[in-house]
Design a protein around this ligand. Structure first.
Ligand SMILES: *Cc1c(COP(=O)(O)O)cnc(C)c1O
Length: 338
């Protein structure tokens, strides 16, 4: 048995999900004729109380399309220094949109309205025009931390006042939702555009959605084609997404509970120097000199436990749909033995 804690993207579709995929009615989505994709797009838009949505192959594409549609070349966007759009999208901000990033050091990836306000450039010829603010919720690189609704509202208020669009990289927004007291409608209200991933904790094999108003999504559809993301009978994939949204949101709490149990054990182990607080399904910890990330990875190999080396002494574990209680027990035993 392989226990794969590298990411929550490693899940395989369940029998029931495969069944739903197999039965999906499909058509050519470039002609807008795939009924299953249309149904998924309406479902996602409705969930966040927005007008429209666009099905895309990846979260990188939905984020990059959003940046493209909200900005002009030479503009600047504001985001946290740990953000996925800046760190893990192949330099796409500059390559795809000709935009530069103004980076803020947030509190575990969460930036504040005050910090953002300080970074909005005044209107001088020699300054880049600030045209977008991007938030991430939960924050991947910062250990799955999430925003409080009050803080999002303050940022929304600032952006409205400054006429700045606000985009959410919500690859794991459902992990935030099941842990916090806000609803999808409340999240929808704070943002001009939202990207959600179906292939993270929700267990679908492929797919992300970009959500926004009709005019924005019309523009995004055009950008998706130019980025090479126009798909044909992809309703088979959209069916997995519908299944994921219907069945796999509430159960994210189980992933969080298992992550908490790993955190509790790590706290007692002498070779663990520090752990970021575990708020959702991501566990990031630093090792003492006993191990490097590479040697720790090697040490776990005989037990068939896979992890992500996140720095020289830093490890990331992510719990997910295919990580069971039996696996948790093994992981805890092995960690104690190291
Ligand atoms: C995974 C992820 C994405 C999108 O990644 P893809 O692999 O392109 O789907 C975007 N943002 C965050 C925070 C992520 O963790």
């Amino acid at each position: 048995m392989i226990i794969d804690l590298r990411s929550d993207t490693v899940t395989k579709p369940s029998e029931a999900m495969l069944e739903a995929m197999f039965r999906a009615p499909v058509g050519d989505d470039v002609f807008n004729e795939d009924p299953t994709i249309n149904a998924l797009e309406i479902k996602a838009a409705t969930l966040f109380n927005h007008e429209a949505a666009l099905f895309c192959p990846s979260g990188t594409m939905t984020n990059q399309i959003a940046i493209k549609c909200h900005t002009q070349p030479g503009n600047e966007l504001i985001c946290d220094i740990n953000s996925h759009i800046y760190n893990y999208e192949g330099g796409g901000i500059s390559a795809n949109s000709g935009v530069q990033a103004k980076l803020i050091q947030g509190d575990r990836g969460r930036i504040t309205a005050e910090q953002i306000e300080q970074q909005i450039n005044p209107d001088y010829d020699w300054l880049s025009h600030t045209s977008l603010v991007c938030l991430e919720n939960t924050v991947n690189r910062a250990g799955g931390s999430f925003y409080q609704l009050e803080d999002l509202k303050k940022i929304k208020q600032l952006c409205q006042q400054k006429q700045l669009p606000l985009h959410l990289d919500g690859a794991r927004v459902f992990n935030a939702l099941v842990e916090s007291n806000y609803t999808t409608h409340e999240i929808g209200k704070q943002f001009d555009s939202i990207s959600i991933c179906l292939s993270k904790g929700l267990g679908a094999p492929v797919g992300s959605l970009l959500i926004g108003n009709k005019e924005f999504i019309k523009k995004a559809r055009r950008a998706r084609k130019a980025f090479g993301g126009g798909m044909r009978q992809a309703g088979f994939l959209a069916a997995a997404g519908i299944y994921a949204l219907d069945n796999n949101i509430i159960r994210l709490r189980e992933d969080h509970h298992r992550a908490k149990q790993i955190e509790a054990v790590l706290k007692t182990l002498p070779y663990v120097e520090s752990i970021l607080p575990v708020d959702t399904n991501i566990i990031i910890f630093n090792l003492t000199d006993k191990y490097t990330a590479v040697s720790f990875e090697e040490a776990l190999k005989p037990y068939h436990i896979k992890l992500a080396a996140f720095g020289k002494q830093t490890i990331r574990f992510v719990t997910h749909l295919d990580f069971t209680d039996d696996m948790l027990e093994i992981v805890i035993d092995v960690l104690k033995k190291m």
